[in-house]
Design a protein around this ligand. Structure first.
Ligand SMILES: *[C@@H]1O[C@H](CO)[C@@H](O)[C@H](O)[C@H]1NC(C)=O
Ligand SMILES: *[C@@H]1O[C@H](CO)[C@@H](O)[C@H](O)[C@H]1NC(C)=O
Ligand SMILES: CC(=O)N[C@H]1CO[C@H](CO)[C@@H](O)[C@@H]1O
Ligand SMILES: [Zn+2]
Length: 394
């Protein structure tokens, strides 16, 4: 029996009823180990999963229109029904399973949003086979740290109540960031979505219903990611996102492999957490003063590794803590940038650099000719710097 499997983690036992999904911090400082093997299939055909139909003639329903909204699954709480997802997604999953690219490991159970998910008795979350990010185990190819002296800016859970305030601030300061968006929130807040895209920010994936992903079946993981990618694809002129962040930072070898093998997504976690999501809880789980003090410590501290700080656009209070820290980032000479600028070779999407550059037509060519998807270029295949190796204490 592994010791770790027997530990009980009391955490956030104040059972406040939460209206909105959000990430929570990981209070455990357990040893991180890397898996001995990793699965990587370089020729994954993600482009063929989100075909455009025709480079010139394709028309996407206007973002925010009834026709646009009608194509997507109903709102949470339940994960999208796996029976209604496109057959091509399921086929891509089955193909990945057939080539043994998806680890066969147990699912977790998470009694509530506030509990860490747990594996069955005797299963070690830090073993190479599982390597759960909830338990701080890092997998090769995931991103946790930034390069020295750089600070990657990202905001989770939008578009939401803090988005307008954030948009104004980013516009004024000419600052690019990455938005890890909840698919159902995009459908419910199309104006904020469009403004964030139009600012040139990276639009990235944060699932459709914001579950602990290790609790979900392979098919449900595909549906959560696929629908969020689909709404982004159809609302950005055919762009395919490059990054995803698991809600609560909860992923493992299985979930990380599905994201990469089926959809070409790189898993991004973080190395510092403000807990800003809890500012809008009642009672609040933290204060602006506490966030100010943590931020001050990180921003005036060592520059190695660089920072990826978890922040949210859930509330105006959360965005205000970022606004107050922003000048301190500049004053302490951090190179502040979005994740695409940091780890994506400045390309925000798998098939396009940004919101006004051309969309790679590889999917279109192949859809027409019926041939297998074309091999992607080397730059597109290995954009991520592997930055997993440093230990970080929380
Ligand atoms: C996405 O856009 C394509 C091209 O217009 C369309 O065929 C497809 O039905 C759209 N998907 C959804 C879910 O609306
Ligand atoms: C902390 O608060 C002080 C006083 O409002 C402000 O000047 C400073 O920029 C804040 N620092 C951070 C990191 O938010
Ligand atoms: C790899 C690469 O080209 N990185 C560049 C991305 O953009 C930032 C900001 O413009 C540059 O500082 C990086 O050198
Ligand atoms: Zn979240």
């Amino acid at each position: 029996m592994h010791i770790l499997a027997l530990l009980v983690f009391p955490f956030l036992s104040t059972a406040s009823v939460l209206q909105r999904p959000r990430d929570h911090e990981h209070p455990h400082n357990v040893e991180k180990r890397l898996p001995s093997t990793w699965y990587h299939h370089p020729d994954h055909p993600v482009h063929s999963l989100f075909r455009r139909g025709d480079t010139d003639g394709v028309t996407y329903a206007p973002v925010g229109s009834d026709e646009w909204a009608a194509g997507y699954p109903p709102d949470p709480p339940a994960s999208p029904d796996v029976k209604t997802m496109p057959a091509a997604w399921l086929a891509a999953l089955n193909d990945a399973i057939a080539r043994k690219a998806i680890p066969e490991i147990p699912l977790t159970t998470a009694p509530s949003e506030d509990d860490n998910p747990v594996y069955p008795k005797g299963v070690d979350p830090n073993s190479p086979e599982i390597c759960s990010s909830t338990y701080q185990c890092r997998i090769d190819g995931q991103v946790w740290d930034a390069p020295d002296s750089t600070l990657g800016l990202s905001f989770d859970d939008g578009p939401e109540a803090g988005s307008n305030k954030l948009i104004e601030f980013l516009k004024t300061n000419g600052q690019k960031v990455t938005h890890f968006m909840i698919g159902s929130n995009i459908r419910n807040n199309p104006d904020a979505f469009t403004q964030e895209f139009d600012l040139g920010n990276d639009i990235a994936v944060h699932t459709w219903t914001h579950p602990h992903m290790t609790t979900r079946s392979n098919e449900e993981v595909v549906a959560e990611l696929g629908w969020t990618m689909q709404i982004i694809h159809n609302s950005t002129g055919g762009r395919v996102p490059k990054f995803w962040r698991p809600p609560y930072g909860d992923s493992d070898t299985r979930v990380t492999a599905i994201a990469k093998e089926v959809f070409g997504l790189t898993t991004v976690i973080w190395n510092q957490d403000t807990s800003d999501w809890s500012l809008s809880d009642s009672p609040p789980g933290t204060t602006a003063a506490k966030i100010n003090s943590s931020m001050t410590q990180w921003l005036t501290g060592p520059k190695s590794p660089g920072l990826i700080i978890l922040e949210h656009e859930l509330s105006e209070q959360a965005v205000a803590t970022f606004m107050s820290a922003y000048p301190v980032m500049q004053k302490n000479n951090w190179n502040v940038m979005s994740l695409a600028q940091l780890i994506g070779h400045n390309a925000s999407y798998q098939n396009s650099d940004n919101n006004d550059s051309p969309v790679n037509a590889v999917d279109v060519i192949n859809a027409k000719s019926g041939s297998p998807p074309q091999r992607l270029t080397p730059e597109r295949l290995t954009p991520e710097r592997v930055l997993y190796s440093r230990r970080f204490s929380y």
